[in-house]
Design a protein around this ligand. Structure first.
Ligand SMILES: Cc1cc2nc3c(=O)[nH]c(=O)nc-3n(C[C@H](O)[C@H](O)[C@H](O)COP(=O)(O)OP(=O)(O)OC[C@H]3O[C@@H](n4cnc5c(N)ncnc54)[C@H](O)[C@@H]3O)c2cc1C
Length: 449
């Protein structure tokens, strides 16, 4: 009999996975807790965006959607860093022509769900919350949040793509296997989304093709552009403490805080008072768990397997990359899930751990270091070395964002790069004034070999 697969969670990763399975001719049901967003209603109604980069596009290629999705993106070539006096400095991400992409989260999810629905072998169920799984008889229970009906279905294989607080992961934890490891770390910082609307002429009030950062050492504001001329801003701030969300409880206190730290951004936020209190304060969490699978019955994928903090813009990209590697393993093992699931876990887990670390480290870089002269100098040297010695030297950012280099390797090479840059700066105190001196810079080759 034809096998039937179950995808729990029709978010970004679940809907991409549905398209990939559909194109391979598999029959799959997608069960999604939220209402159907294919008709145009995006929950929350706000325009929230994400940075999509190389690894994400690799997954989208498998679904045949990369070109269509590129048209919905705004390229961001670098960081536009805003200082406390309203001054700005642009820091390019990579070589000329390299960029990351701002895309609407809801728009992307909608497109993927619509695409999956085009295949007769994919069936969608909305308002259906997975409540429990019996892995022994491969039976999964759902609760319909509008009709209040319970449903039970049996499947040959279950994919848990139900996000950071996954019900499938919870069921794995409760299953009869006794080797499930789990660790959850909350960041002391939380976040709130705000908005800079389009200018009166419909254009962008800030530089369009950049990711904007207002670094303030222990906290920061960022903004990514949307196609409609607006920017989605995110304030990352400690949840508690002297300068924290717990003190921003009135319109006056929130306004005073922005007037002190982000006056230029505030001037571009006409709906600030309403937005600040309409939008929630949300947590940031890193979860590490292992193993992600049980026998040939179920696996976690995407945020269900590895929720990370958002500071490298890699959570969705890593989830889409999971789909790429899963598809490769399906080819290699002829769809034998007994072989695929452990191989997938073994291949992805060290890289999921590495991208979790990269994301935590990048928070310090974004909120603090991008304004630090020593960091800026090292960054300039690193970019120059990448230009002069492209075969021997790649920046960590490029390895993570513009390549398929495993995250674990990108992390270790980044640490090594930093040690080399420290030594170069220590041995060449006048290097800042010699960055344009090609002969001198070529002399640094011994460091990059
Ligand atoms: C503030 C912020 C900014 C981010 N920015 C970026 C970025 O720039 N670039 C990037 O790559 N990543 C970014 N991320 C990370 C990215 O959002 C996630 O990695 C990505 O959404 C993971 O996709 P997913 O499909 O695995 O999970 P989700 O997108 O969370 O989807 C899970 C789906 O499962 C459904 N679901 C949950 N529980 C159940 C259940 N019990 N039954 C049925 N359905 C269920 C949910 O409704 C949802 O639709 C950011 C995250 C945050 C918080």
């Amino acid at each position: 009999m034809e096998k039937k697969y179950c995808i729990v969670g029709g978010g970004l990763v679940g809907s991409l996975l549905a398209v990939i399975l559909a194109r391979r001719g598999f029959r799959a049901d997608v069960w999604e807790r939220r209402p159907d967003m294919r008709d145009g209603t995006i929950e929350g109604g706000r325009s929230i965006n994400l940075a999509l980069s190389h690894r994400g596009f690799r997954g989208l290629e498998l679904a045949g959607l990369d070109e269509e999705i590129r048209k919905l993106c705004i390229p961001m070539h670098g960081r536009e860093v805003h200082d406390e006096n309203g001054g700005t400095r642009f820091m390019q991400y990579g070589k000329d022509g390299q960029f990351i992409n701002s895309i609407s989260r809801g728009g992307l999810n909608q497109l993927l769900l619509r695409e999956a629905s085009k295949y007769p072998n994919i069936k969608m169920h909305f308002d259906e919350r997975c409540d429990d799984i019996n892995f022994r008889n491969k039976e999964i229970s759902f609760y319909n949040t509008t009709t209040h009906q319970n449903t039970r279905e049996k499947y040959d294989m279950i994919f848990g793509s139900d996000g950071a607080f996954s019900a499938v992961r919870m069921a794995l934890m409760k299953s009869e296997r006794f080797d499930f490891e789990y660790r959850q770390d909350y960041l002391q910082h939380a976040y709130k989304e705000l908005s800079i609307p389009a200018a009166a002429d419909g254009g962008w009030r800030l530089k369009k093709n950049a990711l904007h950062i207002w670094p303030r050492k222990s906290f920061m504001l960022i903004a990514l552009p949307n196609l409609d001329g607006s920017f989605t801003c995110t304030l990352f701030l400690p949840a508690k403490g002297e300068v924290s969300f717990e003190h921003l409880t009135t319109k006056d206190s929130a306004r005073q805080f922005f007037t002190k730290y982000f006056p230029d951004a505030l001037a571009d936020m006409p709906t600030f008072d309403d937005d600040f209190f309409a939008n929630p304060v949300s947590d940031l969490v890193t979860i590490r768990c292992n193993p992600w699978y049980i026998e040939n019955t179920a696996t976690l994928i995407g945020d269900a397997a590895h929720p990370i903090v958002p500071f490298y813009g890699q959570g969705m990209n890593a989830g889409f990359e999971d789909c790429t590697y899963l598809a490769q393993l399906m080819d290699a093992h002829n769809d034998d899930w007994h072989a695929i699931l452990p191989a997938f876990n073994q291949m992805r887990k060290p890289n999921a751990d590495a991208v979790a670390d990269l994301a935590l480290r990048n928070f310090i870089e974004m909120r603090d270091l991008v304004a630090d002269p020593h960091f800026i100098l090292k960054n300039k040297i690193a970019q120059k070395l990448a230009e002069l010695f492209p075969a021997q030297w790649q920046t960590q950012y490029s390895l993570v964002t513009f390549s398929d280099t495993p995250y674990a390797e990108a992390l270790s090479r980044g640490i090594n790069n930093n040690e080399i840059l420290e030594k170069i700066v220590a041995e060449n105190p006048s290097i800042e004034s010699r960055l344009g001196d090609t002969e001198f810079m070529m002399g640094l080759e011994k460091w990059v070999g």
